[in-house]
Design a protein around this ligand. Structure first.
Ligand code: PLP
Length: 398
């Protein structure tokens, strides 16, 4: 008898499992609004021109494949820190920020979770309801108890007062995960004024913010999208930032991201960094080289950097343009309700008020794939599929 004959198989990952189902669907007019990947008007995710150029330079100049340092290459970490925090920010110039290359944003979140479980074994982590479904899995695997804070009110907008009321009661030392921009799955971000109130409440509670910055540049701009991060930085408190270059560099399969540690002062940062490195060493030992070298090559060359900023702008403008086209399309198809909120939301995702039954009808009757109770990736809308998608939504919501 097999050793693990009694082991129950696990359900497939909610989002990746749905993508497998989409691939197996033979209907020629099927539409995926389910993936977490940016697609262009042709429905594909091309390699950025700057990435191709950096790749060619790396290949031509490569002399070795030796290990990277545990926290990654300084040639990557410095420019990434400057991109995320701003090179002139006092937190950076005073040595409060140390940035480490991690395998993707997920790797950064997991290192942060493992680090917390070592430095504060009684800490829980607070996640917004709803949040990215992998958040509870990552932090659960790191051994952190999961707590929830509310995010949306009955009107589908950010309920800031209820949110702050709960954050006020977070025990000192607990971790609060915040989506820095492009909240996944709702697309609803706090305003600048709301970020100030969130930063005050977290500081008063003595909580440890962990900022998930997976979509820098996809909301309003590379610097604009860091407004919440800067509000917290200004409080002088300890915090962690998990960045990803999967989306804004389209480097999904290279697994390139960063964990930044911000101490209250440079000494605390150095101590936390030493623990983070010990955590990494016992996990994946050191990060994969190639994706980090691509990002470092682009950020080291001002002309390539400018070109990349243009590429990010193109992706962002298309996403925001799609939001306007989506609202128009839903109106034209006669879908009930006001869809104006979609225009205020940011990033690839919005949470349509559909529910599981309508999501199932969209998939089964119309071949339109959306996640969970109604998360859509608006980047997946094209001139070709917009009308049928809007008609399908109008039909199931009639
Ligand atoms: N955080 C959020 C909110 C995300 O949506 C994602 C990816 O979809 C990540 C983190 C992780 O990104 P990466 O692919 O770099 O691990």
């Amino acid at each position: 008898m097999a050793m693990f004959a009694d082991l129950e198989p696990r359900a497939p990952d909610a989002i990746l499992g749905l993508m497998e189902r989409f691939r197996a669907d033979v209907r020629p007019d099927k539409v995926s609004l389910a993936s977490g990947v940016y697609v262009d008007e042709s429905g594909t995710t091309p390699v950025l021109d700057t990435v191709r150029e950096a790749d060619a330079r790396i290949l031509a100049g490569q002399t070795t494949k030796v290990y990277k340092p545990i926290g990654g290459d300084p040639a990557y970490n410095g420019p990434v820190r400057d991109l995320v925090f701003g090179a002139d920010h006092p937190a950076v110039t005073s040595g409060r920020v140390e940035t480490m290359h991690t395998p993707g944003g997920t790797g950064a979140l997991r290192v942060a979770g493992d680090l917390v479980s070592v430095i504060n074994p009684t800490a829980s982590i607070w996640l917004s309801t709803p949040t990215w479904p992998n958040h509870p899995q990552v932090f659960g695997a790191a051994g952190l108890p999961i707590r929830a804070y509310p995010y949306l009110g009955a009107d589908g907008e950010l309920d800031i007062d209820t949110l702050l009321g709960v954050l006020k009661g977070v025990p000192a030392g607990d971790v609060v995960l915040l989506h820095t921009c492009c909240h996944n799955p709702t697309g609803i971000d706090p305003t600048a004024e709301q970020w100030e109130r969130i930063a005050d409440t977290i500081t008063e509670a003595g909580a440890l913010p962990l900022l998930d910055f997976a979509y820098q540049g996809f909301a309003d701009g590379l610097s604009e999208d860091a407004r919440g991060l800067r509000a917290l930085l200004a409080r002088g408190i300890t915090m962690f930032v998990a960045s990803s270059f999967s989306k804004n560099f389209a480097l999904y399969d290279e697994r390139v991201g960063a964990l930044s540690i911000v101490g209250a002062d440079a000494d605390e940062t150095a101590t936390l960094l030493s623990h983070a490195k010990a955590t990494i060493r016992s996990n994946y030992s050191n990060p994969p080289a190639h994706g980090g070298e691509i990002v470092a090559t682009v950020l080291a060359d001002p002309a390539l950097t400018e070109q990349w900023v243009g590429e990010v702008t193109t992706m962002r403008d298309r996403i925001n343009g799609n939001r306007a086209r989506f609202v128009e399309g839903l109106r034209a198809a006669g879908a009930p309700g006001s869809h104006e909120a979609l225009l205020r939301q940011r990033g690839m995702f919005s949470l349509l008020p559909l529910g599981e039954d309508r999501v199932a009808r969209l998939r089964d009757e119309f071949g339109v794939y959306v996640v969970g109770k109604g998360r859509v990736n608006v980047a997946g809308l094209t001139a070709h599929n917009l009308e049928p998608v809007c008609r399908a939504i109008a039909t199931v919501t009639a």
